[in-house]
Design a protein around this ligand. Structure first.
Ligand SMILES: Cc1cc2nc3c(=O)[nH]c(=O)nc-3n(C[C@H](O)[C@H](O)[C@H](O)COP(=O)(O)OP(=O)(O)OC[C@H]3O[C@@H](n4cnc5c(N)ncnc54)[C@H](O)[C@@H]3O)c2cc1C
Length: 70
């Protein structure tokens, strides 16, 4: 499998892993946070995690240390 594909799968899997352990839409707001999920990095893993969040109704923010997204 390509490394990009593998990274994307890991990003999606990370969100589903958290869901299985209590992550739910709105949980961030309930805890006083601005988002349910904070995603560090806009590479394939981060963007696939963001897509998974969007599909699952989770609010999220992607932060990227570089000036431009990957
Ligand atoms: C030159 C090169 C060519 C490649 N060609 C191929 C190819 O042809 N096919 C293939 O399948 N794979 C290729 N790869 C590998 C592929 O790019 C990686 O496997 C893939 O990008 C990994 O995705 P990732 O999301 O895990 O990490 P990354 O793509 O590295 O993304 C991580 C992001 O997180 C950001 N970040 C890091 N730390 C922080 C922080 N503390 N706060 C905020 N943001 C942060 C980084 O700036 C970066 O944008 C190539 C890699 C390189 C270097």
């Amino acid at each position: 499998m390509s490394q990009i594909k593998n990274a994307a799968n890991i990003g999606t899997a990370a969100v589903h892993h958290a869901l299985a352990r209590g992550l739910a839409p709105g949980i961030g707001q309930g805890l006083g946070a601005s988002h349910d999920v904070v995603i560090a990095g806009s590479g394939p893993a981060g963007l696939s995690a963001a897509l998974a969040c969007a599909e699952l109704g989770l609010s999220y923010i992607v932060i990227e240390k570089q000036r431009e997204f990957a």
